[in-house]
Design a protein around this ligand. Structure first.
Ligand code: ADE
Length: 435
């Protein structure tokens, strides 16, 4: 039997969501994901008993998905008041947003496909938490901490209040941005960078991006990958996942890299390696996953074949140069399917997916719940560590503590019914004897 809807009676928090009548569908979606997030569920139940976040305001700017719904429920179980904005206007699941307002009392400000101005206003609202500002922030791209700390253009003081304890950051791109702020002396609080956990790199980047980027491309286009040439631009932990999964589905994969060691690794793993201008002439499908900008530019578009598909799996929509694409095209783009725009460049049709935004979230559902189980457990434990261990982390960006990482991997293995071995005392001593 499906669980009874919890939409209710509780006083409604301030919110701006598409349609509250979607809440029951949203609860079903959150519950479906919950069944695949057993490690986070354990933390939620402990938080319910211990209430480590009692009375604290958490401002979160995350993708508003069913998986995030379970993280937010965990923070609520720990006693926090939560304000939630979207990390991308295309990834919001409107039914989840409605359920979190009605069933969980979360101040959600997120609607799918809103314009940039409304999106920015939502982030401002959430960063203010109704006036006093947050005790804790949770970012996916660094937007909230940037909003709170970057000096305003008119020289006005930053908006962070003295209540701010610290924050978490989910992505590589966000951590790079926050480290740059720290170097400029603009980040006076500690931030735990969840993506730097080993569990995150292995499970989320490789398996999460690998599967879900292809999921987004397939949902948007319904093309057959077998027999196509798929070009992966960037062979970091995300690019490796995309390359491996695409090969598994029968594509011939070419890797483009700027790092010779990564390029060599890709070659030895059986992929073709080529400079991007050479690959531009060969590929059927291009996936950018570098975390950098202008990876595909006019020079590439002008070499591409008729029917080429362009997708970005990096966090920001800067990897495919949209300005160059518009400038190279013979006219304005035409939407030929939902989330597929056709540009004609020199008589050849190039298809841009999801406006160059992160394809796994914009055209599919992001990482599967089982992957987000680890990321969001990391997030929940990270905010708990910031609160319970004041002074442990200096201002700046830190990776999550190693012991937390190992503990989480162990819990995940346990949830999968798997055990591992333990070194004997003699083996531990032998290992240590080498220095
Ligand atoms: N980032 C990547 N996948 C996600 C998901 N399913 N939910 C929230 N954030 C994500």
């Amino acid at each position: 039997m499906p669980p009874a809807a919890r939409t209710s009676s509780r006083r409604r928090p301030p919110h701006d969501v598409a349609d509250l009548s979607l809440a029951t569908a949203g609860e079903a979606r959150i519950d479906w994901a919950d069944a695949q997030m057993p490690v986070l569920a354990q933390v939620r139940s402990r938080f319910g008993a211990e209430r480590p976040l009692d009375g604290l305001r958490v401002a979160a700017c995350l993708h508003v998905t069913a998986e995030t719904g379970n993280l937010v429920r965990t923070l609520r179980a720990g006693g926090a008041d939560v304000w939630l904005a979207a990390a991308n206007p295309l990834s919001t699941q409107d039914e989840v947003a409605a359920a979190l307002v009605l069933a969980d009392g979360v101040a959600v400000h997120a609607r799918r496909r809103i314009d940039r101005a409304t999106y920015a206003r939502h982030q401002e609202t959430v960063a203010a938490c109704g006036g006093p500002g947050p005790h804790l922030t949770m970012d996916d791209g660094g937007d909230l901490l940037a909003l709170l700390h970057e000096p305003a253009a008119d020289g006005a003081p930053t908006r962070a209040s003295a209540d701010l304890i610290g924050g978490t950051e989910e992505t590589t791109a966000g951590a790079i941005r926050l480290r740059a702020m720290a170097r400029r002396g603009e980040l006076p609080v500690p931030v735990l960078a969840v993506h730097e956990a080993d569990t995150h790199r292995v499970v989320e980047n490789r398996h999460g991006t690998g599967q879900s980027a292809l999921d987004g491309i397939l949902r948007a286009t319904n093309v057959l990958l077998a027999g196509r040439t798929l070009v992966v631009m960037g062979y970091g932990s995300c690019g490796r996942g995309v390359a491996a999964r695409a090969r598994g589905m029968g594509a011939a994969v070419t890797v483009c890299e700027v790092d010779p060691i990564k390029a060599l690794e890709a070659k030895l793993e059986g992929f073709d390696v080529a400079p991007s201008l050479v690959a531009a002439e060969r590929g059927d499908i291009f996936v950018t996953v570098t975390g950098n900008r202008d990876v595909l530019t006019r020079e590439h578009f002008e070499r591409m074949r008729d029917g080429t598909i362009l997708a970005n799996a990096g966090h920001f929509d800067v990897e495919i140069s949209l300005g160059d694409l518009a400038a190279a095209a013979d006219g304005p783009p035409v939407e030929v399917r939902p989330l597929v725009e056709r540009y004609v460049v020199g008589g050849r049709r190039l298809h841009l997916l999801a406006g160059g935004r992160v394809v796994n979230l914009a055209a599919a559902e992001g990482y599967p719940a089982s992957v987000m189980d680890l990321s969001f457990t990391n997030q929940a434990l990270a905010v708990e560590a910031l609160v319970r261990q004041p002074g442990r982390f200096a201002p700046g960006v830190h990776r999550v503590p190693q012991e937390m990482d190992a503990e989480m991997a162990l819990l995940k293995l346990e949830s999968l019914g798997l055990g591992i071995d333990v070194l004997s005392d003699a083996q531990s001593a032998y290992g240590r004897s080498w220095g």
